[in-house]
Structures are given as structure tokens and as C-alpha cells.
Design a protein around this ligand. Structure first.
Ligand SMILES: NC(=O)c1ccc[n+]([C@@H]2O[C@H](COP(=O)([O-])OP(=O)(O)OC[C@H]3O[C@@H](n4cnc5c(N)ncnc54)[C@H](OP(=O)(O)O)[C@@H]3O)[C@@H](O)[C@H]2O)c1
Length: 303
């Protein structure tokens, strides 16, 4: 049995992905900063601040999936917070690389999360593909460096896949869990112009893409993990309200209010790029939830 080690496996994506990997017949173990996670999987400890990883985790790994990172939208972006967002992805990736290098492990592939923030938040009809350059904004720069640190594995002959993830839809947390209470109160409305795109993906599809990245050795480099159907913020909120059988209000929440509430982070709420799913589809991935309405109906079934 092949073993997959997940960093950040205690998080929103990691919890779902670890269960799915187990169902597919992989041995799964987590690399966590907390020893007592009680997730039903063996947990190895690491302490990125002290450059420490339990060597057993590295020696057992056939694959590493790197999901760890401090929440991007959890708090206002002070300088300290931006450093934490960056270090918790990039320095941890470098630590993993150094420890794999020092060991005798024959890693079959390194799969790293990345974000569609790589392209920047640009409200236009341009559809960004993996061939586009990274944006120079805060998140674009973090994603560029994050992917560059993952590329060290590739340069050392280890197949490397970078999953440029859109907004992950699950009722269990993340962006959707923040939006739904407002909609359920019957006061849902778009943000700012409402014309910004929300590149989204159902968690089931995202995890299937990770599993494909492990099992399909033809996958290498960066792949956008977003559904093929493009929705603007206004269309997204309207669809969500419809599925939840709640009203959809206009006028939208004005941009200045979002700027006051979220500071620099408001950029990722008020602007949003259109992202192509073409490359992963060409690689043979079939989306289970290609359209938003059915994705949301699956997450919020009628009682
Ligand atoms: N969810 C989304 O919509 C989305 C979209 C695009 C990209 N992504 C990316 O996908 C990855 C996983 O996302 P997620 O939503 O599952 O994240 P999450 O729920 O916030 O979990 C991330 C995990 O990272 C670890 N972590 C947190 N702060 C850390 C720090 N300062 N240093 C080292 N590790 C830290 C934690 O694991 P331990 O406490 O066990 O160490 C945590 O469980 C992230 O890198 C995220 O940027 C997510």
C-alpha cells in the first residue's frame, strides 16, 4: 500500500481529502503542529519554526500533499499576518524539501496546494490559463513563491503538481459557510459591482483532482482547480439564494463598506478573475459538478 502524508491535513480540504484517499486504498498519515488531533489517522508532528519534522513521516512517504498554510481570509492583512500567510506555505515547503533531500526516501510525487490568487484579482472577461504570468499583488506574489518552492522537488527529479485552487465549496466551512447565514436570513446581496468572478469548485471535484494528481503520473506542473462554469459574484449569490429558497436583494453591499470592513483584503472580495478549467479537463478529468446550481443542490439537499 502506498502512503500519502498530508501537511495541513487537519484543515477543511485535508479532512475531506484524507478520508477519500483512505477509501481509494492509500495509507494516510498527517503531519500536524498539534499532536492530539484525533482525526482517525496516524499523526506525525512537525514544528516549522524549529525546522523539525518527525523523520518517520518522511521515511514512510510515497507522496506528500502540502496543504498547510495560515488562513488567507481569516484576519485583516497586517504586515505580520502577510508574513505568516507566506511563511506557513513557503518556509514549510522548503523544510519538507530539505528533509526529503536529507533522507533516503524515494518520493514518487509532491503535490502542493496553490491558489487562483496566482493570477491576481482582475475583474474582466479575460480567461486566465496556466500559461499566464503571476500577478504582482500580495497574493499573486505569495503564490508565485509558494510554487517556486514546490518546484525545487521537480528540479530534483520528483514529479511535482501544483493545484491552483478556486473557492472551495463545502457546507462545512470556508467561504460558503460564511455566505449562507446571511442568505438564510433573507438579506443576500452581491458585493460591490457584483461583476467580479468567483472561481469556485465543489470539494468533491477538488479532492478527485488531488487523487488524480497522485495516481496519474502524466500530470506535472500547475493545474487550475476551478469548475468550468464561470459565475460572477452577483450570479453566484443569486444562485445560492435560489437553491436555499431565499430572496436575493439589490442594491449590492457598497464597495466602500467592504473596504472599511476588510482593509487591504477587500481586493479579493471586490475583484475576481475568470479562470480556465481547460488544462485539467484536457488531462482527462471529468467534473462531477461542472455547474454551480447542481453543486449547491448537492451541498444543500432539500429536506
Ligand atoms: N479552502 C479554500 O477555498 C482554498 C482555496 C484556495 C487555496 N486553498 C489552499 O489550500 C490549502 C488548504 O486549505 P484549507 O481551506 O483546508 O485550509 P485550513 O482549513 O485553514 O487548514 C490549513 C491547515 O494548515 C495548517 N496551518 C495553519 N496555520 C499554519 C501555520 N502558521 N504554519 C503551519 N501550518 C499551519 C493547520 O494544520 P495543523 O494545525 O494540523 O498544523 C490547518 O489545519 C491552503 O494552503 C489554502 O491556501 C484553499
Amino acid at each position: 500500500m502506498e502512503t500519502v502524508i498530508l501537511t495541513g491535513g487537519t484543515g477543511l480540504i485535508g479532512r475531506y481529502l484524507s478520508k477519500k484517499l483512505k477509501e481509494k486504498g492509500y495509507n494516510v498519515a498527517l503531519l500536524s503542529r498539534k499532536s492530539n488531533t484525533d482525526r482517525g489517522f496516524p499523526v506525525y508532528s512537525w514544528d516549522p519554526d524549529k525546522n523539525m519534522i518527525d523523520p518517520e513521516a518522511i521515511s514512510k512517504a510515497d507522496y506528500i500533499i502540502h496543504l498547510a498554510g495560515a488562513g488567507i481570509a481569516d484576519k485583516r492583512w497586517t504586515r505580520k499576518r502577510r508574513e505568516l500567510i507566506s511563511d506557513s506555505r513557503i518556509k514549510t515547503c522548503e523544510l519538507l524539501f530539505n528533509k526529503v533531500q536529507e533522507s533516503d526516501t524515494k518520493l514518487k510525487a509532491f503535490i502542493s496546494a496553490s491558489g487562483i490568487g496566482y493570477y491576481g484579482a482582475v475583474t474582466s472577461d479575460k480567461v486566465f490559463t496556466e500559461k499566464d504570468h503571476p500577478s504582482g499583488d500580495v497574493i499573486g506574489e505569495i503564490c508565485r513563491q509558494w510554487e517556486q518552492s514546490a518546484d525545487r522537488f521537480e528540479k530534483h527529479g520528483i514529479r511535482t503538481v501544483k493545484i491552483r485552487t478556486g473557492i472551495v465549496l463545502t457546507e462545512k466551512g470556508g467561504a460558503l459557510a460564511r455566505m449562507t447565514p446571511v442568505i438564510k436570513m433573507g438579506i443576500g446581496s452581491a458585493l460591490g459591482s457584483g461583476r467580479q468572478y468567483i472561481p469556485w469548485i465543489h470539494i468533491e471535484d477538488l479532492c478527485n483532482i488531488y487523487i488524480k494528481a497522485i495516481g496519474d503520473s502524466s500530470l506535472t506542473g500547475a493545474y487550475n482547480a476551478v469548475a468550468p462554469e464561470h459565475k460572477t459574484n452577483k450570479e453566484f449569490i443569486r444562485t445560492l439564494a435560489k437553491v436555499l429558497e431565499k430572496p436575493f436583494f439589490f442594491p449590492a453591499v457598497p464597495s466602500f463598506a467592504i473596504k472599511i470592513l476588510f482593509g487591504k483584503m477587500s481586493g479579493i472580495l471586490l475583484s475576481g478573475s475568470r479562470i480556465s478549467a481547460g488544462k485539467i479537463i484536457s488531462a482527462g478529468y471529468n467534473f462531477e459538478f461542472p455547474d454551480l446550481k447542481n453543486a449547491l443542490k448537492n451541498l444543500f439537499p432539500k429536506r
